[in-house]
Design a protein around this ligand. Sequence first.
Ligand code: PEP
Ligand code: MG
Length: 591
Amino acid sequence: MEIRHHGIAVSPGVAIGPAFVIDTEGVRITHQTVAADHVSGEVSRLRKAFEVAATEARENRQRITALHGPAIGNIFAAQGSVFEDPGFREQIENLVRSQCYSAEYAVSRVIREFVRRLEESALRSVAEQHRAEVRRRAKDFIDIERQILVLLQGENTEPFGELTAPVIVLATDLLPSETADFSPRTVHAFATESGGATSHTAILAGALEIPAVVGLGRFLSDVSGGDMVIVDGEEGILIINPDESTLARYEEKRNVERSRADRYDSLRDKPSATSDGTPIRLLGNIELAQEAAHCLERGADGVGLYRTEFLYLNKTSDPTEEEHFEAYRSVVQTLGPTRPVVIRTLDLGADKFSSVTDAVGVEKNPFLGLRSVRLCLRKLDLFKTQLRAILRVGLLGKVRVMFPMISTVDELRQCKTLLNEVKEDLEDEGIPFKRDLSVGTMIEVPSAAILSDILAREVDFFSIGTNDLIQYTLAADRNNENVAHLYNPTDPAVLRLIKRVVEAAEKEQIEVNVCGEMSGEPLYAPLLVGLGLRQLSVTPRKVPEIKRVIRQLRVDEAKRLADQALSMDTARQVGSFLRDQLRRILPEAAD
Ligand code: PEP
Ligand code: MG
């Protein structure tokens, strides 16, 4: 039966394919059914797997009891009794016989149904202790499923990192480091129970150009590995076991998307300017060096944000100066000598963990902790290594350096002092570097927005990071679906801060850019232009869409629109006003 879940759309596109459920990691269920003459073979495989699992559980119980006492050993006793329960196994066998399900698929179907019922019962229960107990039991069953699947597949287990056939990844949550390992060739989409629109995992989905939906709430007990699923990254929908008419509709939607992408291609070489001739520079946000090429393919005018911390993820040791240099060089050479490349210094911490942040230890509030430039100013060697590489690569193109998460004037001054020290070191060592490297700061902490008039005197450019600016202004975690209703780019508090920053930049005649996800949404483009922005940095894939809106806009009209939005009281009011306006300006984008 078709089941739908609604979540937060974070990376557009439609993908249709078999589910790979991460909590059974390493076990991909490759086929749901078998030919009728294979049914008895499947039943024997199943019985054998249950026998081995029961023996292993008994052995584990004895071993663990000897080591840690009976209380811990009994966990395996509970699992063992499931493996030894003939009624439980028969339920699975019946599905194999009646539906010709493969042993793996039948195991998953029965266990997932069981888990779903347990979770429902936990939800109904008023006693916290009982709820916790039932949830623990549900987790035990997921473990039981994984054990039997591993036994059934034996040598054929396909570790997640080595997938050979396309799948759609379904998980409770994904870390940015896990997502960075996805290959778009095999992972055609992903969907997660938790997460928010501007989480770094979501941003990576955009970078890898795979459709993704997050914040779906509990759905993993409704799905078995190998189930057919659809991820609609436009509408934020996950469909499990779609019926025929849904499948046909989504195949059609996929075709329409492909033809829209072809249409956008024709915009690539057209200027990015409003209909009355004001140029609006469109730059690309990248996380991986290879995305520099995506910027050119989509007609971006340069790189407005290079998130260099992705060089650190999934590494056991820190990158050397040469590794930094090589990554930057490849980006700068791809972009050529005249297009700007803004290299942002490390923004590790918060949800981007690495060996560097592991050394800091667990923090209670990592988004408010030793993150980003704060971490760099503690680990000066690390920071200097990166700054040396940036200064050196500066000779090869139009490179700029940008500091993230600046929250005080002193912090920015410390970064600039360090940059000067690094220049002196390079000078002493006779290593060539860019002497007058352009220096900018991100404005993504409310204190920086409030002090932007002072900060504007200290730098050559600003880049407003709305992803963090929104979360810190509204005290709403950007990764937490429970507060996603508060996390709103149209909140009047956010609009006022953006306006303030643009005015401070105009007064000191420095450039100002917006590089948060907000700038890649057609809905906000008229507002941002109206607020005075003449540069936007967006996921490369979004460049054509934004250009299309800009080419329909007149600056005076955008200014009026921004003034009206600024006079409104609530995010909801502003949001619906902007939707009406976009419908008028470019109906196709509003759809
Ligand atoms: C931002 O905060 O808007 C931003 C661009 O930085 P990141 O998303 O990497 O935190
Ligand atoms: Mg940020």
